[in-house]
Design a protein around this ligand. Structure first.
Ligand SMILES: [Fe+2]
Length: 400
């Protein structure tokens, strides 16, 4: 049974519910669930990018094994894991400089700076750095593992220093209300993935985010997380780990968590990802057309030096890292899966909703996605004018 009750909504919390919550959160992570993890700290598996990065660009079997492991961790396990060194330090630091640059003047002196829609600003300000950042094959692999293909990436930059208000312990994803069916509350966690990438060092004294491992298993958690009784039990038992620049934490949005207070004068900065299944709604909108156009010159350059990308696109198995060996262009050559990750993070990969009226009665072809058009343009060597025209026409086709 998907939910442990035959009532439609969560209803009132009972004393038995609290006991069940304590039992769930009292579990110890079985190391056999996460065999590739380098270590387990306070019930949170910690991976090293140097271990899992090569697997993300490897054979289909290797990739599948790793995806299964991350999936198990998010669903059956503690609901949270870290990957140390996911992002090259210089790439994360440059992204942080971009965030500083695009911060409106009136926000600069505030103790908390939250830049919604950061990805869009990032690609317009520095498309090269954006490409380095979002072509990360591990972000793509974890997203695919939890959400399947055609996911949508949105990011907001968050920077906190002394004086910023403390956040409550919470779950993510829209703050579901009690009048939603309990099934909706449970399923929503499987259609959303949260990720945070450290842009500045996060020692414990600067308040990196705390997590309550296994709290994702509690069906009534969206109700319980607002209860003082649960708060008091959870707060002293949360796990917290220091992070270095470029480290990432991925978590199931139903895992109770709380960003800590930073008492220092220097900001603690993270880039917060919300990655959504094509079957759920993201909290933020993003202009994929604008972003795709801004990224195009970099994509064009990368693909020109990556003959394997065309092989990958034409193959029947587009996510097999060993389908297309890249070669012959030294350091300038990207792995085809890096280009694929970059397109997936930027362009619309799902072809609904669209206008069936135009397709049926006006004979237009709206079956391709924005991402498909970009892939085709790269493989067939389109120039910018041809691509931009095709993208504009495609967007018109999706409108009612
Ligand atoms: Fe959160």
């Amino acid at each position: 049974m998907l939910v442990p009750t035959d009532t439609r909504t969560a209803g009132e919390l009972s004393p038995e519910d609290l006991e069940e919550f304590k039992r769930l959160c009292g579990q110890n992570l079985d190391p056999s669930l996460v065999p590739t993890a380098h270590q387990i700290e306070q019930n949170i598996p910690i991976y090293l990018a140097e271990d899992v990065g090569p697997l993300a660009l490897s054979s289909k079997a290797d990739r599948q094994r790793l995806m299964d492991e991350f999936y198990r961790c998010l669903l059956h396990g503690p609901g949270v894991f870290a990957i140390k060194g996911l992002m090259a330090r210089a790439v994360a630091e440059r992204a942080d400089e971009v965030a500083q640059k695009v911060t409106p003047d009136e926000f600069r002196s505030q103790p908390q700076r939250r830049l919604f829609g950061f990805g869009e600003k990032h690609v317009c300000e520095d498309p090269e750095n954006y490409a380095e950042y979002y072509s990360n094959p591990l972000i793509a692999l974890v997203s695919e593992a939890w959400l399947g293909p055609a996911y949508q990436v949105t990011t907001s930059y968050n920077s906190i220093k002394r004086g910023a208000p403390e956040q409550a312990i919470h779950r993510d994803y829209h703050g579901l209300k009690p009048d939603y069916p309990l099934t909706t509350q449970v399923i929503s966690q499987m259609l959303t993935l949260q990720c945070a990438i450290a842009h500045t060092p996060q020692p414990l004294e600067k308040g990196p985010t705390r997590f309550m491992p296994f709290s994702n298993h509690f069906a009534k958690g969206y109700i319980a997380v607002k209860s003082a009784e649960y708060y008091e039990w959870v707060s002293p038992r949360m796990s917290q780990m220091p992070l270095e620049v470029g480290d990432a934490v991925f978590f199931n949005p139903a895992t109770f968590h709380q960003p800590g207070v930073n008492p220092a004068d220097e900001h603690r900065s993270m880039n917060l990802f919300q990655i959504n299944s094509c079957m759920s709604r993201a909290m933020e909108s993003k202009n994929t057309l604008k972003m795709t156009k801004a990224l195009w010159p970099v994509l064009q350059k990368w693909a020109a030096y990556c003959p394997g990308f065309a092989v990958l696109v034409k193959s029947s198995d587009r996510l097999n890292g060993s389908v297309s060996n890249h070669n012959g262009h030294g350091g300038s050559c990207r792995h085809p899966l890096e280009i694929e990750a970059l397109i997936a993070a930027t362009s619309e990969g799902y072809n609904f909703p669209r206008s069936f009226w135009k397709q049926t009665w006006e004979g237009k072809d709206a079956s391709q996605t924005e991402a498909d058009i970009v892939r085709r343009a790269l493989v067939e060597g389109w120039d910018q004018d041809r691509l931009f025209l095709a993208l504009d026409e495609h967007h018109e086709l999706r409108r009612p």
